[in-house]
Ligand binder design. Structure first.
Ligand SMILES: Nc1ncnc2c1ncn2[C@@H]1O[C@H](COP(=O)(O)OP(=O)(O)OP(=O)(O)O)[C@@H](O)[C@H]1O
Ligand SMILES: [Mg+2]
Length: 213
């Protein structure tokens, strides 16, 4: 089983949006996918609850005191983490994850919070999977704004504080399609292609990375 952790302690950065869209995209590729919602707000579980039966199934995974439990036949586990995930709890989930995606929105406050978070992640050292592959995604980008250009520049040059690479994969625009999909238990890949082609295009690098072995 492969596991993908979506995390950023900053609230509202797009963790649930990415986790649910990734889960639905992978399920659409014929894989068995489990989605774990670690957030007491339960947004991913709410999304699963309204997901139509005629769409590729996604299994709800549960967290116990040590880890996230899933059946042996699951191909992918997607973990949607809560805001303010720090310290021991962050280490607990980053310990087993193979890959992590950090969505960041374009504001100075969010960028500074992300910097502090990367320092914390590196300071956890042995408590996290040393081979974990971490990438960033710019989310809710309002094109042609200075904030978006600054975020893009920042992410393109970003490395983890210990010097490791931190590839910047995709820039996702601010789009009502994410809101519409979320309301209906769907992903943007399950809405009309004619309405979502710009968004789908922006996901291509991230999807390629997800498909890599
Ligand atoms: N690219 C986008 N375009 C438009 N709306 C978006 C986009 N990404 C996220 N949103 C909306 O922004 C809000 C916050 O997104 P989301 O819930 O995914 O963030 P989160 O990081 O999971 O938040 P929390 O920290 O509270 O769990 C939601 O209403 C979501 O629908
Ligand atoms: Mg969330």
């Amino acid at each position: 089983m492969r596991s993908i952790l979506v995390l950023n302690p900053k609230g509202g950065s797009g963790k649930t949006t990415l986790a649910t869209n990734i889960a639905a995209w992978i399920a659409g590729q014929g894989k068995r996918v489990a989605l774990a919602d670690l957030d007491k707000q339960g947004s991913s579980n709410d999304w699963l609850a309204v997901r139509p039966d005629n769409r590729p199934a996604i299994i709800r995974a549960c967290e116990d005191s040590k880890t996230v439990r899933v059946d042996a036949d699951i191909d992918y586990l997607i973990i949607d983490s809560p805001a303010a995930l720090h310290g021991k709890k962050l280490a607990k989930f980053a310990h087993n994850a193979e890959r992590a995606i950090v969505p960041i929105t374009a504001s100075a406050i969010d960028v500074r919070a992300a910097e502090r978070f990367f320092h914390e992640l590196v300071s956890l050292k042995k408590k996290i999977n040393r081979k974990i592959k971490i990438v960033t995604v710019a989310n809710r980008v309002r094109e042609d704004t200075r904030a978006a250009a600054r975020l893009e520049h920042y992410l393109e040059h970003l490395r983890l504080p210990d010097g490791r690479e931190l590839p910047y994969l995709s820039r996702l625009r601010n789009s009502q399609n994410y809101v519409t999909a979320a309301e209906r238990g769907l992903s943007i890949f399950e809405l009309a292609p004619s309405k979502t082609f710009q968004d789908r295009e922006q996901w291509v690098p991230l999807l390629k990375w997800l498909a890599q072995h």
